[in-house]
Design a protein around this ligand. Structure first.
Ligand code: HEM
Length: 431
């Protein structure tokens, strides 16, 4: 078994380590217990990976063995007992869902078809901020406006629908449902019932709250968005043209490839995976640029020198290496999902010479891999130049030639398919 702090019966290490097992705490524990260590959280095993070599094993070399996701009573509610794609076990259902989602969301053609729309939504955001006098006087919190932009980008891709403003009642409802879902799923309040099965009956109230929220939330997606597209498809019959991502999904349902429930969980997954992750990265990029005016000037200089007054578009982003380096540096220092989405081995496995009991939760500390001073020069510094100088060969990729010190999107089978959208959207926004 991997090393780790001594555990006590029933509670394991839970009372020693507490609830907030964040990436910084786990990185500091790896200094004592090594690159692969084990925490017992009640009846559950948590294996923490903090070095590129075992990370390669988990994400790539033994990608099948560690390609599942751990389950718990709360995630089972939000993922419909594995009917979705992100949180489902590795197997045929996951493969089918990933294949069906690829065509409408994750191809170069999608990027090509939607990049004008992304640019338009960004221009609208900048116009709104310019028109707001408070921006120039006391300043404003731009999170809500960025959030509106990202919701509009994703809802236009999914449903060919958008929200009018931050006050649009549907926008208010959608953001409330999603943030309540994140709060309930990521809270520590249910750990006792998750870690100690004997205490599970006491979770009933919490689980009912989750079920209630989830059924209202899915009904919201269904009534306001999915059903409307289905009716348009039915009305047009044979003549129907695929107009947005959900049309592909409804098409797959009509052909019997997936169920209606699977379809609604695809919508749920995109709401969970695509919007807040990109939003956090944008906020961090903006915060770093505000605090580093010289980096701002360098981005501006590069744009005016290379594009000579032409606007930045998805198709010319590749001509702007300093801008791209700034996006990478943001993802490195402020890794949006620092521990990736947890992995799980369905069967007993080997890792770094240790035995990993079956059904262990395995987390890769991607933030530490990208901030460990043994691998990076002055990692605490925000310095895009790093990706043009000593790290010029290091890229944020999820497949192909991967540097396992820098994996903000994960790698391999369970890596983020949304990387193909996220990188250009972040590049466009950062300028
Ligand atoms: C999974 C990061 C944007 C869809 C993941 C994972 C990470 C990640 C770390 C888990 C990898 C693993 O388990 O090893 C990010 C970051 C984003 C982003 C940093 C933005 C900056 C998006 C977008 C979409 C998306 C825009 C969709 C449009 C997904 C899906 C999965 C996933 C569906 C689950 C993959 C699976 O389990 O097979 N993402 N993501 N992500 N992401 Fe993203």
């Amino acid at each position: 078994m991997p090393p780790g702090p001594l555990s006590v019966p029933i509670f394991g290490n839970w009372l020693q380590v507490g609830n907030n097992l964040n990436h910084r705490l786990l990185a500091s524990m790896s200094q004592t217990y090594g690159p692969v260590f084990l925490l017992k959280l009640g009846s559950k095993n948590l294996v923490v990976v903090s070095d590129p070599e075992p990370a390669t094993q988990v994400l790539h070399a033994q990608g099948v063995e560690f390609g599942s996701r751990p389950r718990n009573v709360v995630f089972d509610i939000f993922a419909g007992n594995g009917q979705d794609m992100i949180f489902t076990v590795y197997g045929d259902h996951w493969r089918k869902m990933r294949r069906i989602m690829t065509l409408p969301f994750f191809t170069n053609k999608v990027v090509h078809n939607y990049s004008n729309m992304w640019e338009e939504e960004m221009d609208l955001m900048v116009r709104d901020l310019n028109m707001n006098d408070r921006v120039r006087s006391e300043g404003i919190v731009i999170r809500r406006r960025l959030q509106l932009m990202l919701y509009n980008i994703m809802y236009r891709m999914m449903f060919d629908a958008k929200f009018e403003s931050q006050e649009d009642p549907l926008f208010i409802q959608a953001t409330r449902f999603n943030s309540e879902r994140s709060r309930l799923a990521q809270s520590f309040e249910y750990n006792y019932g998750d870690f100690i099965p004997l205490l599970r009956p006491f979770l009933r109230g919490y689980l009912n709250k989750c079920k209630n929220l989830q059924s209202r939330r899915l009904a919201f997606f269904n009534t306001h968005y999915v059903e409307k597209r289905r009716q348009i498809m039915i009305a047009n019959g044979e003549k129907h043209k695929i107009g947005c991502a959900i049309d592909h999904i409804i098409d797959a349902q009509m052909k019997g490839e997936i169920s209606e429930e699977n379809g609604i969980y695809i919508v749920e997954n995109i709401n969970v995976a695509a919007i807040e992750t990109t939003l956090w990265s944008m906020e961090w990029a903006i915060a770093e640029l505000v605090n580093h005016p010289t980096i701002q000037s360098k981005i501006r200089d590069e744009i005016s020198k290379v594009l000579k007054g032409e606007p930045v578009t998805e198709s010319n982003l590749h001509e702007l290496p300093y801008l791209q380096a700034t996006v990478k540096e943001t993802l490195r220092l402020h890794t949006p999902i620092p521990l990736l989405v947890p992995h799980m081995n369905l069967e007993e496995a080997k890792l770094g010479g240790h035995t990993i009991p079956k059904e262990s939760r395995v987390v890769v500390n991607a933030w530490w891999l990208a901030n460990d001073p043994s691998w990076w020069k002055n990692p605490e510094e925000f310095r895009p130049e790093k990706f043009l100088e000593e790290e010029c060969a290091t890229d944020a990729v999820a497949g192909g030639k991967v540097d396992f010190r820098f994996v903000p999107f994960g790698v391999g089978r369970r890596s983020c398919p949304g990387i193909i959208l996220a990188l250009p959207i972040l590049g466009l926004e950062s300028w």
